[in-house]
Ligand binder design. Sequence first.
Ligand code: HEC
Ligand code: HEC
Ligand code: HEC
Ligand code: HEC
Length: 170
Amino acid sequence: MKKGIIFAIILAVGVFAALALAQGPTYVGGQKCQICHKTEKQGQQYPIWEKTNHAKSFAALSSPGAAANATALGVKDPTTDPKCLKCHAPLAGDLKAEGVSCEVCHGPGSAYKSLNVMKNKDEAVKAGLILCANPDAIKAKCLTCHQDAHGKAFDFAAQWAKIKHDIPAK
Ligand code: HEC
Ligand code: HEC
Ligand code: HEC
Ligand code: HEC
């Protein structure tokens, strides 16, 4: 009887671990990136992002302007409707409130966020970090949300200049 219970526990733990592996990296939230990406030496990526509207894009769905956009797209509640969330807050659960956060563009961070992985670009990419190879690839990423968003044109060069967050040259 006891053996049976122990076996069942071992089996449950094994199945759980296998499921976790199969699901791949998970989203950890921008606060975790902030720990390392806030200093001047690193390039202040987090403070730069925090000042952009990408950090406020979920809140925008409860703004006075949201009602008009919602009516135009036939949406009742912008804060829960996938028609708005897909661009304004693509991550699920608690991370919804972060809006267009680090991991929306760079991929889920659970496996690449540790220092020894982050320091090695190839290892980081293997662990799920998403980078763009060139300006055309960056522009294509932006256009997944900015192409004719609310009928507005998108000037890539000008808009990228507003949000870019380079690591300073050493
Ligand atoms: C433990 C510290 C640490 C954490 C946490 C961390 N990073 Fe990093 N990250 C680094 C370091 C160090 C580098 C390398 C910087 C360099 O090359 O000077 C880096 C590099 C990067 C790069 C550039 C890779 C390249 O070579 O072009 C990106 C993008 C990045 N991190 C995103 C993130 C995101 C998104 C998160 C949160 C999910 C995160 N980082 C969390 C330390 C960290
Ligand atoms: C295809 C992606 C996309 C979808 C879908 C989308 N939006 Fe937007 N939304 C944007 C972008 C991009 C901007 C910023 C446009 C700009 O100023 O360049 C924006 C701006 C806004 C703004 C103005 C925010 C501010 O800071 O003043 C509001 C309000 C808004 N959207 C509400 C909504 C609502 C409500 C929905 C769903 C009915 C929705 N959006 C669906 C991409 C989208
Ligand atoms: C997942 C969807 C998504 C992606 C990808 C995305 N954006 Fe946005 N962006 C938005 C939304 C939504 C807003 C509107 C936020 C608000 O005003 O509340 C916005 C707003 C902006 C703004 C502020 C506009 C203004 O004048 O206030 C800039 C600049 C911007 N994005 C640049 C970019 C660039 C450059 C890229 C590509 C590197 C990019 N975005 C990728 C969704 C996205
Ligand atoms: C709207 C999309 C978007 C968001 C949001 C975003 N990034 Fe980036 N990030 C990019 C793009 C595009 C590049 C250009 C380099 C690339 O993709 O290869 C980049 C580059 C970087 C780099 C490397 C810069 C260099 O000089 O090599 C770091 C580090 C980084 N991002 C960290 C972050 C962190 C941390 C956050 C959140 C606080 C964040 N990013 C939010 C799109 C984004």
